[in-house]
Design a binder for this molecule. Structure first.
Ligand code: GDP
Length: 196
């Protein structure tokens, strides 16, 4: 499939009852605000502007659904971890995410976006735990890898692998800027979406 030439926006949800119909298969993207999630989605789908690169981190609390093929979706989950977000917004995010991960039958895997300079944080680990608890797969994209030299990149990759010792979790280095890791990320998505 690769490149997803027919990707199109389907719907946005800011409440549990507004999710796209739970049929077919979908891959979700999650990450801290500013981790490079929107940039990664645009790079992987080769569609500039599909996911909006945030100017106001932490403001959007929307789950955005995109169709990438018949019955196949890419889901952009709202970013987390932005310090200035009011408690009410944080609580809403938590309830929405818990609902999404608890009920979603069509979810096949989570692409977790992590800034390679920060590594996995507590909230990232919580996302992994939610998805693993449902028996789904996860793949960590260590973004902005162009900011690291080779040694630093290998180190964060090793540390991430060590932190997620679970057969259902994989990880890779990724850079939208250096156009690195696109094929590897797409092949993970294709594998998940194709499995019966
Ligand atoms: P989001 O909040 O997680 O959706 O993050 P964005 O995609 O909006 O990116 C946050 C910031 O990181 C922006 O300033 C991007 O230009 C920058 N960024 C994203 N990907 C890369 C990358 O591969 N390399 C570098 N150097 N910067 C990146």
């Amino acid at each position: 499939m690769s490149n997803y030439p027919h990707v199109k926006f389907l719907t946005s949800a800011n409440q549990a009852n507004r999710l796209a119909p739970d049929v077919g298969r979908e891959v979700a993207f999650a990450g801290r605000s500013n981790s490079g999630k929107s940039t990664a989605i645009n790079a992987i789908t080769q569609r500039a502007g599909l996911a909006r690169v945030s100017r106001t981190p932490g403001r959007t609390q929307l789950i955005n659904f995109f169709e990438i093929g018949p019955g196949l979706r890419l889901v952009d989950l709202p970013g987390y971890g932005y310090a200035k977000v009011p408690e009410s917004v944080r609580a809403h995010w938590l309830a929405l995410m818990q609902h999404y991960f608890n009920v979603r039958e069509s979810l096949v895997g989570l692409i977790l976006i992590v800034d390679s300079r920060r590594g996995l944080g507590a909230q990232d680990v919580a996302m992994l735990e939610w998805v693993l608890a449902r028996g789904r797969q996860a793949h960590v994209l260590l973004t902005k890898a162009d900011k690291l030299n080779r040694q630093e990149g290998q180190k964060v990759l090793r540390e991430t692998a060590a932190a997620c010792q679970d057969a259902a979790v994989s990880a890779q280095l990724f850079s939208a800027l250096a156009k690195r890791g696109f094929e590897e990320a797409r092949s993970v998505m294709d594998r998940w979406l194709a499995a019966a």
